[in-house]
Design a protein around this ligand. Structure first.
Ligand SMILES: [Fe+2]
Ligand SMILES: [Fe+2]
Length: 317
């Protein structure tokens, strides 16, 4: 279970109060005080659909007023993400989908945090990055798990295969989120979900909210698996760089092990996600194609914003 983050404005303050108070939630008339307040509020509400909070009644996940607030916040987020999207790339009708997909990934020239960690980050910077990454890695693969029953047959079988791997292939100690938690513990960091949400900048909150938005809305299933494919396709080499950087800094083996696990795993996952999940989904349900590209682009774009923010804060961009 997660710990409730500290409010960052009037809406998150009101929400935390109502969640802890329990009972049916009365109409909430509070507006978000800032983009961070809105993003944190949405993160807090989404958590009710994952493992929840010890001090919050599980029934509030579907409280009508909280669902209304969540819908409003996620509509705003979706609109913002769609407004940034330049639209799907110009791909010839007879082009191979996977090749066009990898070409888009290749063309992405966003800044790389992994390269920075590999070559020059200090231990403090690397640890700060791990804290921000913990928002996702502690629920690794959970957002897209919601898309599983929403896939047509072929894509569902392949997504289950990929998820089986992410969830440890039947071995709890190999579950990727657990590997990351072990790494955090070895560093003396908290591995309870929500702990480092308090430090997360807007860009990190938005990156995580986008994944929940795609996973938790069936109509966005194309975006959920497009995001997954882009994530896997930008993971293998960066994970090698991260592992090298963490070794250079002399950080514990457990934290490197998480990244080493992903060097080979994600080289396989990127093929699986692109050719055996996204493509069969598009073939069976052609209306989802735009969103596959939208989800993939959002993955690259939200990561690039996170990287830009951190590198600027560290004075290296
Ligand atoms: Fe993983
Ligand atoms: Fe993976």
């Amino acid at each position: 279970m997660a710990v409730l983050p500290k409010p960052r404005g009037p809406l998150s303050e009101e929400l935390v109060g109502r969640l802890v108070a329990g009972g049916k939630v009365a109409p909430l008339a509070v507006e978000p005080g800032s983009p961070e307040d809105a993003a944190l509020s949405l993160w807090i509400l989404y958590e009710l659909s994952y493992r929840g909070y010890a001090e919050v009644d599980d029934r509030l996940e579907h409280d009508p007023e909280l669902v209304r607030v969540r819908r409003r916040l996620e509509d705003d987020l979706e609109q913002r993400l769609r407004a940034r999207w330049p639209g799907r790339p110009d791909v010839a009708a007879d082009a191979d989908f996977a090749e066009a997909f990898f070409a888009m990934i290749e063309a992405d020239d966003g800044p790389s945090l992994a390269r920075f960690v590999q070559r020059e980050a200090t231990a403090d910077q690397a640890i700060e990055l791990l804290q921000h990454r913990s928002l996702y890695h502690l629920k690794e693969s959970d957002p897209v798990a919601f898309a599983l029953p929403r896939m047509p047959v072929a894509a569902r079988a392949a997504l289950a295969e990929l998820q089986y791997d992410e969830y440890g292939g039947g071995r709890p100690e190999r579950l990727h989120a657990h590997l990351f938690a072990e790494g955090m513990a070895a560093l003396g960091l908290e591995s309870t979900e929500g702990t480092y949400v308090d430090q997360a900048p807007l860009e990190v909150l938005e990156q995580n909210n986008a994944m929940s938005l795609f996973g938790l809305n069936r109509r966005l299933r194309g975006a959920a698996v497009g995001h997954l494919a882009a994530f896997e396709a930008t993971s293998s080499l960066p994970c090698r760089r991260m592992a090298q950087g963490l070794a250079r800094l002399g950080l514990p083996e457990e934290v490197r092990a998480y990244y080493e696990e992903h060097v080979e795993a994600d080289a396989v996952h990127e093929q699986l996600a692109t050719r055996l999940i996204c493509l069969p989904l598009i073939e069976a349900e052609p209306d989802t194609e735009d969103d596959v590209w939208f989800g993939a682009w959002t993955c690259l774009e939200t990561e690039s914003r996170v990287a830009q923010h951190l590198l600027e804060r560290w004075g290296v961009a």
